[in-house]
Design a protein around this ligand. Structure first.
Ligand code: MRU
Length: 348
């Protein structure tokens, strides 16, 4: 299995996703500031993976604190959480993971554990979240595989695979589970401009797993849908609002609209931690704006003239009416999403 990230005594080891597929390099991030850098610069990316990375960053930061007393420890602990929370705004898993670590810290503090004991437990929790994410993805895969017909060709956008999680993947987990169930499945992967997660990461992962993959540029999806080459779409999500609106990689909305026009089911696979009941609709989801150079340059080569205006929103929001179903580890939600998502979230 691909190792996206791993806790070691020295720090957090992550595959540098910026260099894939041509270089497979595993740097080690030894401080929470370095982990924050890795999340912001997209060494590690994908909603569940950045959640686990942030939890490991909190644990690492706490372990490295040198404080003279509990009050000073607490001040530094809060700073660590703030810095990690300030890295990327859209994927709610980041905030969910940090909150989980903070809640554990408060609980252990109230139980009177020593700072050293608290640090040990924070590390255990971050490691546990890593393992838990893989099991969640497998359960999601089992729930979603039933929706993929034998012989299907599935379109996916961005990378919602092992690299975007602690392992196995969300959207690609559904595809992997369908393959493991004995179905013949082929994938079309959108290249996903501007960061090229589809071309660089999804194609790499699927090819490594011997799952047939055809790489297309983003503007080809409609053509292949109209030509009858695609049977369904499965994507991941960075945040799902209470009403079922889905924030995911920029370009997802266009794919969803095209899918509806062509009567193709559009599925979203995401863990319960991606569902944000505190965000009422997609309009309330903050959309990250990333550096202009991601649009103007490819691997250091400039593509566009100097001095022009550039926009680079990293995500878009697909309104719930385009979403056929949302696949989670606890089951499959369908419209009306306000009710079905709430039932899944509360059915812990
Ligand atoms: O900017 P990225 O690469 O972090 O965006 C990732 C996506 O949009 C994924 O589709 C999403 O996080 C789901 S990953 C299981």
């Amino acid at each position: 299995m691909i190792k996206t990230l791993e806790w070691t005594d020295e720090g957090v080891v992550m595959i540098d996703q910026r260099l894939l597929p041509t270089e497979e390099v595993y740097p080690i991030f030894k401080t929470y500031e370095e982990v924050a850098y890795a999340i912001k610069e997209m060494v590690v990316r994908g909603a569940p993976a950045i959640g686990v990375a942030a939890a490991m960053g909190v644990a690492l930061g706490a372990r490295n604190i040198t404080a003279k007393d509990a009050a000073q420890f607490e001040q530094q602990f809060q700073l660590i959480c703030e810095v990690l929370a300030g890295t990327r705004p859209t994927a709610v898993n980041l905030f969910w993971a940090i909150e989980r670590m903070k809640t554990l810290y408060e609980k252990l503090k109230s139980e009177g554990l020593s700072l050293a004991e608290i640090c040990v437990r924070l590390i255990e929790e971050a490691k546990h979240m890593h393992e838990e994410d893989v099991s969640i993805n497998k359960a999601m895969g089992t729930n979603g595989a039933t929706l993929i017909p034998d012989g299907a060709t599935v379109l996916t956008h961005c990378n919602a695979g092992a690299l975007a999680t602690a392992g196995y993947g969300t959207a690609l987990g559904v595809i992997r589970a369908a393959v493991e169930a004995g179905k013949k499945v082929a994938v079309y992967a959108d290249e996903t401009r501007p960061f090229l997660q589809g071309a660089r990461l999804t194609a790499w992962e699927l090819h490594k797993d011997n799952i047939p993959v055809t790489l297309i540029t983003d503007n080809m999806a409609g053509h292949f849908m109209k030509a009858g080459k695609l049977d369904c779409v499965v994507v991941g999500a960075d945040r799902i609002a209470a009403n079922g609106d889905v924030a995911n990689k920029i370009g997802t909305y266009s794919v969803a609209v095209l899918a509806k026009e062509n009567n193709i089911p559009f599925y979203v696979a995401a863990p319960i931690s991606t569902i944000d009941l505190n965000t009422k609709t997609g309009d309330d989801i903050p959309i990250e704006e990333r550096p202009q150079t991601e649009v103007t340059h490819v691997k250091g080569t400039q593509l566009s003239p100097e001095g022009i205006t550039i926009a680079n929103p990293a995500f878009d929001v697909t309104p719930n009416r385009y979403v056929t179903a949302i696949i989670t580890e606890r089951g499959v939600a369908r419209a009306p999403y306000t009710e079905s998502l709430q039932a899944l979230v509360q059915g812990a």
